[in-house]
Design a protein around this ligand. Structure first.
Ligand code: ADP
Ligand code: MG
Length: 840
């Protein structure tokens, strides 16, 4: 499509819709979606389901089609649960992706709007500015100082200056100067660009870059549990053979085919009971639900593994301005070195951008107005040239022609400005003393200086070549956010080091750090000192330093590295284009949703929608909660599988007839129906434990399943097994005719114990009644618990019991079952009590 006349109003929504129908979405590779059928097939291929189906088939062969049919009903039930769950997680992940997808400002219907870059269509007018990664190819219609880094396309490192030509004449250059290319980066300036090509039709798309986007790799936890599942599966295979063989020898009087089938069936039951197929489900559900909950609290997780990593964060490197402080500045102090306050203030105003968006410059212009100097009068002078601000120089200047006289109005960090001023020793001392005094109040100090070149030819090429006269200093206050003090205290308690990174002066930063309670607030490393250090020295220095001052973005990378080499898990905030490498490198790169550049957002693991430090701390806390819950769920799965597996394992050794087993495959499946929602619903919603931010960060190398957790799970599982199997064995009394009632007893105990277990394990040291109290307000918990009880009632006291080979329990039996179930789990409360007493 060739570009027609620029249309200032942009497309209408209706046109955009129509064009999207024709050209599709602005995506390199259309998203593949698994069909419903593929999904079901996927689930069916898991070992657990293969076992289930094998068991059902065996039933049919065995001439018990009714049992086979019931099995199949359960299989359908479990598949439905799985499909719903996968659909829900998919939905969640998609919603998250959409939220954190790149956006772009366009003009549509005559208004500026933010839309997802994927929704761009040819003809759209997009507005680009510094930090934007250009999402589509297009013609530059209007621009101001537009410089684009096209190295991703051309390999050329030098920035390319763009200008509109206004003609559509083809040029000889392949890479046009009046054209912007998708995938390139705006390093300076602004422009309005009319979209020409989108998606795969862009130059970027044609090269095929980025098309083969890496598939989402497994997270470290997923890898760990993958191994765990494999180990269990191998173990299951071995025990399968063992049980099958034993059963075979147990029933020598049965006909051959019967013997074979019964043996296989007992083996299959055991294998089913042993495979912890819940593990992968737990991880995807917990991580994606966790990310979803975080999104609702203003922090967007871009990478799922970050949810795991969050809980292990031990060093938080945060920008001072805007994250710790409010970024609401006011000029609080003015110190005049030479001349009058009025001249100083006016020069300060002339040194600001005419369309100031930086809160500091806005504050300066407000100060001018308070001195009776309006913006109009300031900026009605003739603008001659600009010395742009850079992070490295930390100063800037404007040259104006005012009343026929040239004036260079410069402002910036006093250290730098003072080097450009010719001062007597005494005057320099006075200025430095003032700077010290203002900084130690936590004020940002800016030096204001001026020069008066004779004519335009005498204007120096760079600000560093100017000979300036110091007019004075201004001190700007930027109060810390109200909640920060409390958050820092939380971090201190949680063993998380807060490190302040700022382009500001060290004394200012230190004063603020002291105000908000950052420990070691007088331990400052300046950018200069950092540059002089070797990596080794820096590694030692970061052990105690809490403040990095006069930092440029390139330093951030070294700071992250130094902390990581000391074994820390580092979260780092950033907003600028140059922060992207450090954000990528940090374990958790945090971009600012409001003031951050698009590039920093793309490099980040986490986007902070409200730019607020409190949200970071909340996010870490939630990361800890999610990890905690994953461990609880893994422990739970182990525990609950033990009575099931042990019962299947032990029966043949005790010589129990296959038909009289505690758990037939049917019952194993029934329990699976219960275990799944317990994990993915109940344990996922467990609130954070009260002391979650009073612990030190977890060791990142620590295994999910520690020895302690395993021991606890095995012990708990063993007790439930003892209660259920004991009750069953006693009721059976060696007579297969008693099997239905005995089985009902054992099954009821496992199901009831399941309910108690969740409450007991909700904390390692808080008593269960607390968790009951906390969760009693949660309707979902009620639903799940009542659901379990209803299920128990249905399988025991309705005709269903007959099909499930169960018999109703008498009142007394039921009470015994409840008592035994409670006892088999609640003993752990004593362990908590004893630990508590011992700690005292
Ligand atoms: P921070 O890390 O606190 O956001 P910046 O990188 O924005 O700090 O700024 C660092 C220093 O650069 C400031 O302390 C100030 O001395 C100087 N500076 C920042 N913005 C301007 C500006 N618009 N004009 C002059 N000097 C500035
Ligand atoms: Mg700043």
């Amino acid at each position: 499509m060739t570009v027609s006349q620029p249309n200032v109003a942009g497309l209408t929504s209706a046109e955009a819709k129509r064009l999207q129908d024709i050209y599709g979405k602005n995506e390199l590779s259309p998203q593949k979606k698994e069909t419903f059928f593929q999904k079901v097939l996927h689930i069916l291929c898991e070992p657990m389901f293969l076992l289930l189906i094998a068991a059902a088939i065996i039933y049919f062969i065995l001439g018990e089609p009714r049992d086979g049919a019931i099995m199949l009903i359960f299989v359908v039930g479990i598949i439905s649960i799985d499909v719903i769950q996968e659909w829900k997680t998919d939905q969640t992940l998609h919603a998250l992706k959409d939220l954190s997808a790149p956006q772009i400002t366009v003009i549509r219907d005559g208004n500026e709007q933010r839309i997802a870059s994927a929704d761009l269509v040819p003809g759209d007018l997009m507005m680009i500015c510094e930090g934007v990664k250009i999402p589509a190819d297009g013609v530059v219609l209007r621009c101001a100082d537009l410089c684009v880094d096209e190295s991703s396309l051309t390999g050329e490192a030098e920035g390319v200056w763009k200008t509109p030509t206004g003609s559509t004449e083809p040029t000889t250059d392949y890479w046009r100067k009046d054209y912007c290319y998708a995938g390139t980066l705006v390093t300076q300036g602004t422009a309005v660009v009319q979209v020409d090509q989108i998606g795969a039709q862009t130059e970027y798309g044609k090269i095929g870059l980025g098309v083969a986007a890496a598939p989402q790799a497994d997270t470290p936890l997923q890898k760990q549990t993958g191994k765990l599942v494999k180990t269990c599966a191998i173990l299951a295979g071995v025990l399968f053979a063992l049980v099958a063989v034993f059963t075979w020898f147990n029933i020598p009087d049965h006909p051959f085919s019967d013997r074979l089938i019964e043996s296989i069936l007992s083996g299959v039951t055991l294998a089913m009971a042993m495979i912890p197929e819940e593990f992968p489900v737990i991880l995807t559900v917990f991580l994606s639900m966790g990310a979803w909950r975080l999104a609702k609290k203003n922090s967007l997780v871009r990478m799922l593994p970050s949810v795991e990593t969050l809980g292990a964060v031990s060093v938080l490197c945060v920008d001072k301005t805007g994250t710790i402080t409010k970024n609401q500045m006011t000029v609080q102090e003015i110190w005049v070195a030479d001349g009058t306050e009025q001249v100083l203030v006016e020069t300060m105003g002339l040194g600001c951008e005419t369309d100031a968006y930086d809160p500091m410059e806005k504050a300066m212009l407000r100060c001018c107005e308070a001195h009776g100097i309006s913006r109009e009068s300031l900026f009605s002078n003739e603008f001659v040239r600009e010395y742009a601000f850079t992070n490295e120089r930390k100063m800037m200047g404007h040259v104006w022609r005012k009343g026929g006289r040239l004036v260079v109005a410069a402002k910036g960090s006093p250290e730098r400005i003072l080097t450009l001023c010719s001062l007597t020793d005494k005057a320099r001392c006075a200025a430095e003393e003032q700077m010290q005094a203002l900084s130690s109040q936590g004020l940002r100090v800016i030096a204001i200086a001026a020069a008066h070149p004779e004519n335009e030819a005498a204007i120096p090429a760079a600000i560093t070549d100017c000979r300036l006269a110091l007019l004075g200093l201004v001190g700007l206050a930027d109060p810390p956010r109200e909640s920060v003090k409390n958050d820092i205290a939380v971090c201190n308690r949680a063993g998380i080091r807060v490190v302040m990174i700022t382009g500001d002066n060290g004394i200012t930063a230190s004063a603020i750090a002291q105000k908000i309670g950052v420990p070691g607030s007088d331990n400052i490393i300046t950018g200069e000192a950092l540059e002089a250090m070797s990596d080794e020295e820096l590694r030692v220095a970061v052990k105690t330093a809490s403040i990095f001052s006069r930092v440029i973005p390139a330093h951030k990378m070294r700071i992250v590295k130094a902390f990581q080499e000391n074994g820390a898990i580092v979260a780092m905030t950033g907003d600028g284009v140059n922060d992207a490498p450090a954000l990528k490198y940090a374990d958790i790169g945090i971009a600012m949703g409001k003031r951050g550049s698009e590039v920093s957002r793309e490099a980040a693991d986490l986007i902070l929608l409200d730019d607020n430090f409190t949200t970071i701390v909340e996010t870490v806390r939630d990361g800890r909660r999610i990890y905690d819950n994953i461990r609880k769920a893994v422990g739970y799965v182990f525990t609950i599988h033990i009575p099931i597996a042990a019962a299947s394992l032990l029966a043949p050794f005790l010589g129990i007839a296959p038909a009289a087993l505690l758990l037939l495959p049917l019952h194993v499946v029934l329990l699976e129906v219960l275990i799944d929602p317990t994990c993915s619903i109940v344990l996922e919603r467990q609130p954070a434990e009260e002391d979650i931010m009073a612990r030190t960060p977890r060791d990142p190398k620590e295994k999910l399943l520690t020895g302690k957790l395993l021991a606890k799970s095995v012990l708990q599982g063993f007790f439930i097994f003892a209660a259920s199997f004991g009750a069953y064995f006693a009721s059976l009394a060696g007579n297969p005719d008693n099997a239905p009632a005995a089985r009902a007893m054992g099954l009821a105990i496992i199901m009831l114990a399941n309910l108690f277990l969740v409450q007991v394990n909700s904390s390692d040291h808080d008593f269960a009644y607390r968790s009951v109290r906390r969760l009693s307000k949660d309707p979902v918990m009620w639903a799940v618990n009542l659901g379990t009880l209803t299920l128990l009632a249905v399988i025991l006291y309705t005709p269903v019991s007959l099909y499930l080979k169960l018999a109703p329990l008498t009142g007394a039996q039921l009470f015994t079952a409840i008592g035994l179930a409670a006892a088999s789990v609640l003993w752990y409360e004593f362990v908590k009590l004893v630990t508590k007493l011992r700690k005292r």
